[in-house]
Each structure stands twice: as C-alpha cells, then as structure tokens.
Write a protein that binds this ligand. Structure first.
Ligand code: AMP
Ligand code: MG
Length: 403
C-alpha cells in the first residue's frame, strides 16, 4: 500500500519557521584563485600583512615641497624653488628636499624625504632654474599617507563576507592571488516520473520533457549552491529507493514529482520511512504538495512535479535555506507597486502566489496553471493573495516582488 497520509497542510509562515531551524552552514573550505571567487563567501579573516599603500604618495601631479616654503605665495609674488629631481610612479626618490628645493612628482609616486606637501602642477610654472609656485599649500596637502587604505594588522575582509568586486579589489591590493572560501553547498536534484524525458531525448506518446531539473539547477546556482543532478527515475519504488540513498551524500536534497497522493506517488512514503517529515503540504497555490524532511541529518525537499509549483517553492522555501547553508545573506527582494490589469480569483483558504508581467504601471496577470511553466517565464514577478482573500479587482494596487 502506498503511504497515504491524511495531509496536514500548514501555512507558508509556519513552513518558513520550520525551515529556519534545519540545515547547517557548510564548513568545508577550498582555496581558489582570485579570478574564481566572485560572489563566493570568504572562509577566514583576511588580515593586512602590511600597510596599503606602504608609502606616503602624491595625490596630484605637481611638485613635492616643504609647505613652509610656499607660505604667502600668490600669482604676483610666487615662491621660487629649485628642482632637485623628478619622481615618477613606481620609482623611489633619491634626493632629500631641503629648504628652497622641490621635486617634480607624479600621482601615486612616493613622497621624497623632507617634503610634506604637493603643489598641483596647475599652480606652478617652470622657470630656467626651477619652479614658480603661485599658491601656498598646507602641510600634508595633496599627500596620501602610508596605510591610508589599510593599516598592517587590520582585518581587511572579514570571514563570512561575500566577495563583491570591491572586496576582490581589496584582496588583490594585499597581494593575494588565492583565497579560502566556503565550498558551495552541494544540492542533489532528482526528478522522478515515468513521463519525464531529459531534454535532447525523444518523447514517447505519453511523455513530456523534464523542465524541473533545469529550472531547479539554475535556481540552485543563483542562490550559491552547486547542483548535482541525479539520473531521472521512473515511478518505481524499487528504483527510487537506491537513487534516494545516493542523493543523501549531498548537503541538500531536492526531489521533484511523486509527492502527491496518487497511486504511484512513492516519494513521501520513502522519505517518511527513512527520516522525519516536518511538513507534507502547504496551504499555498501553487505548491501545495511540498514535503520537507530531514533524513540522516540532511534537509530533504519533495518538490511538486508541476513546474510552476516546483519553481515557486524553490524561490519561496528552498532558496532561503540554501543561502543559509552557503553562508549567504537573505536575498534582497525588489518590489514595485503596480495596478492590477484584470480581476483575479483565488481559492479560499490558500495563500496564492500570482505571477504577473509588469507593463509600465500595470500588473498583467499571466498565470495559466501550475503545470504551465510559461506562467512564470512570461512573468516579471508575482504578487501575493492572502488565504482569506478570494478575489482581487482590476485597478487594485498590488506589490509585485520581482524575480
Ligand atoms: P507529480 O508531482 O508527480 O504528481 O506530477 C504533477 C505534474 O507535474 C504532472 O503533470 C507531471 O507530469 C508533471 N511533472 C512532474 N515532474 C515534472 C518535470 N520534471 N518536468 C515537467 N513536468 C513534470
Ligand atoms: Mg508523478
């Protein structure tokens, strides 16, 4: 007899609360080259081994001077200084700037000893034997100090930080070409069903192509996971059991299909026998037959086979848990307000996720059905209809969460 639970349905909020206490962030670390760690999460503090920059440097092209030598300088009464050398970027100064002297200097070049300010080239003129300075500068003016960016010993990038472009710039500024990052959580994806054929294959008369594996894999990558796709399995208890076992090697398991209460929906039965089922259905449309369990310490989702239900719940429920395993912060939701273009109905007692296309100020409903993946593909986002609301009229301003 297949397992036929008297399904207790819970709300999305209850489901989220349950999910928030299951699954541990991945502790495995890998060392990767700088060009391979975009958006990865740093696994150890990066401490500055030296000041950045190591030397005080000119912030302008001009002349390195002793500020006191320029006191009172104006266009009419310039300070006249003798030029001892010119310092280019990447070259160490040789001379010491003493009273009445200056050195030509390029932006980024090290300040010579004795000089404490830089006069912009625009405020000077070359003379036969030196330089006329037309404006006084204060001590330290136009000079960047050593350690202005980072001081030796300081935490430059903290453990747990996502390596954004700017943070990768910091890593590089420290001279590192490799960093330790957390491994991405490995996410087993197993699509089940006699009717499912991998894209590229040929369809029998009663078959459809598997859209869930591709959509789930992409959603997993988007939220910091590494999809590990298992070979598809038919609705056959004997074949499902070992395939299920295999998936438990990974950090998170996503099954699709077979979670309904049909004659051949064996997944819930197999999951229930192997571990603890935390919920087995949601008061949600689409996405009702969604199962969550822990088996051998692994979080396991039984996702609905219907592609819209499957992907919606990947966003709503899987992504937050996956991001936690990946040490990533919660995704930032982007929302827009738009006016509903048509009346929509929603079943009583079920929270609905309603896909819409945003067309200027209008939210155009595009939901065809839970089985039609174009319901999502043609949408820019969705708005939510609470369980106790059965219709929303055209013209209502709705908050659309963008994909
Ligand atoms: P199930 O959850 O197995 O009861 O399947 C519900 C519906 O989703 C059925 O119409 C299935 O044919 C369809 N379905 C199941 N798995 C997939 C898949 N991987 N890709 C596309 N459709 C699927
Ligand atoms: Mg099925």
């Amino acid at each position: 007899m297949p397992y036929r639970p008297d399904r207790r349905l819970i709300s999305v909020e209850e489901a989220r609360a349950i999910l928030s206490v299951h699954g541990e962030p991945v502790t495995r670390v890998e060392r990767l080259a700088l060009d391979a760690v975009d958006q990865r999460v740093l696994a150890r503090h990066l401490v500055a081994a030296h000041d950045v920059p190591r030397f005080a440097r000119a912030m302008m092209d001009g002349y390195a001077v002793r500020a006191t030598d320029t006191a009172g300088a104006t266009g009419e009464q310039p300070a006249r200084l003798r030029l001892v050398e010119t310092i280019y970027s990447g070259h160490a100064p040789a001379a010491h700037v003493v009273a009445g002297m200056c050195a030509g200097i390029a932006t980024g070049a090290p300040m010579p000893a004795g000089a404490d300010a830089v006069v912009m080239i625009e405020h000077t003129a070359r003379t036969d034997d030196g330089v006329s300075v037309f404006q006084a500068v204060a001590s330290r003016q136009n000079v960047g100090r050593a350690g202005s960016d980072l001081v030796a010993g300081e935490i430059a990038v903290a453990e747990g930080t996502v390596l954004s472009p700017a943070r990768l710039g910091v890593v590089a500024a420290l001279g590192l070409d490799q960093v330790d990052v957390y491994q991405r959580p490995r996410v087993a994806i197993l699509s089940t069903g006699d009717e499912i054929v991998a894209p590229g294959g040929s369809l029998g008369p009663a078959q459809i192509f598997d859209s869930n594996t591709a959509a789930l894999s992409a959603a997993v990558r988007l939220h910091g996971g590494e999809p590990v796709v298992a070979p598809r399995v038919g609705d056959d208890r004997k074949a499902l059991a070992p395939a299920f076992e295999q998936c438990l090697d990974e950090d998170l398991v996503l099954f699709s299909g077979g979670t309904s209460v049909g004659e051949r929906d064996f997944l819930l039965e197999i999951i229930a026998a192997a571990g603890t089922v935390h919920f087995e259905g949601l008061r949600l449309k689409p996405g009702k037959p969604t199962v969550f369990a822990t088996v051998a310490g692994r979080p396991v989702f039984g996702m609905p086979g219907n592609p819209v239900s499957c992907l919606t719940n990947a966003y709503l429920l899987v992504a937050p848990l996956l991001r936690r395993l990946a040490h990533l912060p919660a995704a930032t939701e982007r929302t827009v307000l738009a006016r509903l273009a048509r009346d929509v109905e929603s079943p009583a007692g079920r929270h609905q996720i309603y896909p819409v296309r945003v067309d200027g100020a209008a939210a155009v409903p595009v939901f065809k059905g839970s089985g039609e993946i174009t319901s999502l593909a043609h949408a820019d986002g969705y708005f939510e209809i609470p369980a106790d609301v059965e219709s929303v009229n055209a013209g209502t301003v709705v908050e659309v969460t963008l994909f």
